[in-house]
Design a protein around this ligand. Structure first.
Ligand code: ATP
Ligand code: MG
Length: 143
């Protein structure tokens, strides 16, 4: 387990970039934490590493987005899920979630902790907690 303290959006993105360089195709990341703690900002940092930050849209309006990026010249697919509005595992299955995260893409799942049984055993877990107006505690561990 690793624990970091961020004092700004930029710092959160920087921790996310450091985390993202260790990611490999097929990896699944569960981003958890209350509303507005910075999960999407963390995702932005990850997307920067794969050079697809410019494609990133506000995920609040959608459940799933897929981006094509690259790492050291190799194409990488990045998938971003926001399960906030998903209520049941059945609903999630109906979206083909299992098949999506099973592939070679790197998957980042906001609110994934709502469905622990739908995440693979080697899922990496990032938990963000607000400890002040712009201070955040970031905990990185295995699920
Ligand atoms: N240190 C920080 N790290 C990240 N975000 C911060 C920080 N300090 C303040 N913020 C603010 O917190 C908010 C985080 O928004 P963000 O959309 O990333 O949250 P979220 O966890 O994805 O929320 P949701 O659950 O609604 O998807 C932004 O308004 C950002 O400016
Ligand atoms: Mg979000």
């Amino acid at each position: 387990m690793k624990e970091y303290y961020s004092r700004s959006v930029d710092e959160t993105r920087e921790y996310a970039r450091q985390f993202a360089v260790g990611l490999q195709p097929g990896d699944v990341v569960c981003l958890s934490g209350e509303l507005g703690t910075g999960k999407t900002e963390f995702m932005r940092g990850i997307a920067q590493v794969f050079n697809c930050d410019d494609q990133l849209t506000s995920p609040s309006f959608s459940i799933f987005n897929s981006y094509t990026g690259r790492l050291k010249g190799t194409p990488v697919k990045l998938q971003h899920f926001d399960l906030y509005r998903i209520e049941t595992p059945l609903e999630l299955e109906g979206l083909g979630f299992g098949e999506y995260i099973d592939g070679p893409a790197i998957s980042v799942v906001e609110w994934g902790e709502k469905f622990p049984d739908e995440l693979p055993g080697n899922t990496k877990k990032v938990f963000i907690e607000a400890v002040g107006e712009s201070e955040r505690r970031i905990v990185i561990s295995k699920l």
